[in-house]
Design a binder for this molecule. Structure first.
Ligand SMILES: Cc1cc2nc3c(=O)[nH]c(=O)nc-3n(C[C@H](O)[C@H](O)[C@H](O)COP(=O)(O)OP(=O)(O)OC[C@H]3O[C@@H](n4cnc5c(N)ncnc54)[C@H](O)[C@@H]3O)c2cc1C
Length: 383
């Protein structure tokens, strides 16, 4: 797929550096990590050495204050070879990023313990929103936090939570019901009353950690509440999700590009009826759709990033980018399997992993149906 040439010099340098790293150090172990459902923290630390987890953090926190598009380009490159690593990375920085907007007491306590290690790629956080009876409908969560003196007491549970069980996970951001609405509370790993189930067995994204979390009389100090009580759900649903949707769109764009690249190479190599597959129009049509839709997804994602950087409303573009990119990548992975034929169904080629990995992206961070609902609202269907 042709590279967009409108990116700045800095963005292209980041893209190239992460691409080189991904090809050199990430790609070769991805199949084994998938087969053994194992996350390799050393890769995240190497990304930390390169400054990738800290890209979106201000310089005073050890970051480089890069723009969202630069980070998205890095995610694309990682996702092209290992979707699980890219997912762990962007999910892992969300908590520390929220903390930098915290009060003085929070910054004093968390700068060295959570923010700095996250920037260095030595720690990740988890974000607990989904519950067994509340997924798309986040307002239906039941996990409850009540104030008892100067402590929150949390009871309830979360499901499908990424990162929480990794040995490098420091804490979970937990969306709770409070007396005056919803709140997001930081719960350090190891806090009594906070336990988790074994890793969930998944169709794909197998080297990313996904678990069920349990809170039973779990107590944390009252100042662990992020951004004030009452507003917690709005902070996520009304803002935080927009940018993470763009991250997931970027993951899909990266994987779809890889699907096109490997499918095209195979179509040129593989001969049937005395011709390379790439000479058959029906095969060309699949490859053309992959190229066309991949480019369209990239343009939507880039525009969403530009609006975000310009501090303009970008909910509609974020939802459009997420919806289009993830559905597009699902088609691209399907096309790659088809072009590889029987080989595409075997685990000897990476395309079977791509096909499994991409399936989660039209579900996580708001399903495709929920993105359509957001777009319908943004274009005025409910007015
Ligand atoms: C790999 C993976 C990682 C995840 N990581 C995390 C994480 O770190 N933290 C976290 O909190 N959650 C995480 N999730 C959970 C994810 O956010 C939810 O699965 C998602 O929000 C959908 O919720 P649900 O599974 O309960 O599906 P449901 O909400 O039950 O939806 C089921 C179906 O009904 C449709 N539907 C629901 N409501 C509507 C509607 N109003 N209109 C039309 N259709 C509708 C949906 O689109 C979907 O097709 C993860 C999920 C996956 C697969």
């Amino acid at each position: 797929m042709g590279e967009a040439n409108t990116y700045s010099e800095t963005q292209r340098q980041i893209q190239q550096a992460v691409r080189d790293f991904a090809r050199r150090e990430v790609a070769h172990g991805a199949e084994e990590r998938d087969r053994t459902s194992r996350f390799d923290g050393a890769l995240l630390r190497r990304l930390g050495d390169m400054g990738v987890p800290g890209m979106l953090f201000p310089e005073e926190f050890g970051g480089s204050g890069a723009d969202a598009l630069s980070f998205c380009l890095a995610l694309e490159e990682l996702s092209a070879v290992d979707m699980s690593l890219a997912l762990t990375l962007w999910v892992g920085i969300q908590g520390a990023q929220s903390m930098i907007h915290g009060g003085d007491d929070q910054l004093a306590a968390w700068s060295d313990t959570y923010i700095a290690p996250t920037v260095r790629g030595e720690m990740v956080g988890a974000g607990g929103i989904t519950e067994p009876d509340a997924g798309s409908d986040t307002a239906a969560i039941k996990t409850r936090a009540r104030l008892d003196g100067d402590e929150w007491v949390i009871d309830g549970g979360k499901i499908f939570i990424s990162n929480a069980g990794l040995d490098i996970c420091g804490f979970a951001m937990v969306l709770c019901r409070t007396d005056d609405g919803y709140g997001i509370i930081i719960v350090p790993n190891g806090t009594p009353g906070y336990t988790m189930g074994p890793p969930l067995r998944k169709m794909g994204l197998r080297s990313s950690d996904t678990r069920e979390l349990f809170f039973d009389g779990c107590r944390v100090p009252s100042w662990h509440l992020l951004g004030g009580s009452g507003s917690g759900r709005q902070a996520i649903v009304g803002g935080g999700f927009h940018i993470t949707r763009i991250y997931l769109a970027s993951q899909a764009i990266g994987l779809a590009r890889e699907c096109l690249d490997v499918a095209l190479a195979h179509a040129k190599r593989r001969v049937a009826f005395k011709r390379p597959l790439a000479r058959f129009q029906h095969v060309q049509a699949m490859l053309v759709d992959m190229a066309l839709e991949g480019e369209a997804a990239r343009l939507l994602r880039d525009e969403a990033c530009r609006l975000h950087e310009a501090r303009q409303p970008y909910a509609k573009h974020a939802a459009m980018a997420k919806l289009f990119a993830t559905e597009m990548a699902k088609r691209a992975a399907d096309g790659a399997v088809q072009i590889f034929g029987g080989l595409g169904y075997m685990d000897e080629t990476p395309v079977s992993r791509y096909y499994r990995d991409i399936r989660a992206t039209t579900i996580a961070e708001g399903t495709s149906e929920i993105q359509k609902h957001i777009i319908a609202r943004e274009i005025g269907c409910f007015e």
